[in-house]
Design a protein around this ligand. Structure first.
Ligand code: ADP
Ligand code: MG
Length: 257
């Protein structure tokens, strides 16, 4: 087991964004989290990554309690994420967006950077080479010198994933990576996610609010509604679960999608 979420609760004023959320992830799994808008999916990622502390319960990674650690300490333990709304440094080049992710691992201190020591130069070269390696895997090397904002939307999503992977995580959290993509882009992205998971021996937790998207690639699915896990199981089981169907019918009334 790599991650355990046990009895996690999180309130915002009167809203119970998370309410007794329990699940475990085994190493190497690709698990989907689905649920209507507002069901607590992003909040769950914010709690796992230390942006919010849970009011109840705990998040444990490889036996270590993460609940009291700040985000950078959690990142260093091997959790990386992408955001529902793309967060890139829009004016920086594609390469620099990926290089930034290496910095938690860089071994030189501020004094070395000031003095421009050999170690500094060696580390800089190494991060540049690694960044270019990642861009090649993502077929983005042809655009490496362009500002991130010039990339088409699907490529910006890919770049965000490349940046997350450059930190060499064990666990990758993807928050609606297919949002805003057309069906052909979505198909390619899903194949690509299967590929990188093998290539980097990752455990992946994938949020998506459109149910059918995760059904193709996830081994297991966790369904949330109103901050609670309302169902979990194999995609085929989930698809026919009356509670899940009802949650999504309710969603249909809330927003057409
Ligand atoms: P999802 O990602 O499933 O769409 P969220 O986790 O974003 O859902 O939101 C769950 C609930 O928590 C929503 O009602 C949302 O408005 C609320 N919420 C999330 N973050 C905050 C916050 N920082 N402050 C207040 N309410 C929040
Ligand atoms: Mg969300």
């Amino acid at each position: 087991m790599i991650l355990e979420v046990a009895g996690v609760g999180k309130r915002f004023g009167g809203i119970r964004a998370l309410d007794g959320v329990d699940f475990r992830l085994d190493r190497g799994e690709l698990v989907g989290i689905i649920g209507p808008n507002g069901s607590g999916k992003t909040t769950l990622f914010n709690v796992i990554t230390g942006i919010y502390r849970p009011d109840q319960g705990a998040v444990t990674m490889e036996g270590e309690d993460l609940s009291a650690l700040p985000p950078h300490a959690i990142a260093r333990r091997g959790i990386a994420r992408t955001f529902q709304n793309i967060r890139l440094f829009r004016e920086l080049t594609v390469t620099d967006n990926v290089r930034i992710a290496h910095h938690p691992r860089i071994r030189y201190g501020p004094a070395a950077a000031l003095l421009r020591t050999d170690l500094f130069h060696r580390e800089e070269r190494r991060t540049l080479e690694q960044a270019e390696e990642f861009l090649a895997i993502f077929s983005l090397q042809g655009r490496r010198k362009e500002p991130a904002k010039n990339l088409p939307y699907g490529d910006q999503r890919k770049l965000e994933i490349a940046r997350a992977l450059a930190a060499r995580p064990k666990l990758l959290l993807l928050d609606e990576p297919a949002a805003g993509m057309n069906p052909s882009e979505v198909g390619k992205l899903m194949e690509f996610l299967s590929f990188i998971r093998e290539r980097f021996s990752l455990t992946v937790l994938l949020i998506e609010h459109r149910m059918r998207l995760v059904m193709g690639i996830c081994e297991r699915v966790i369904v949330m509604d109103f901050g609670q896990v309302i169902a979990r199981g194999l995609p085929a089981e989930i698809r026919n679960d009356p509670r899940v169907i009802e949650a999504y019918l309710g969603q249909g009334a809330r927003d057409k999608d």
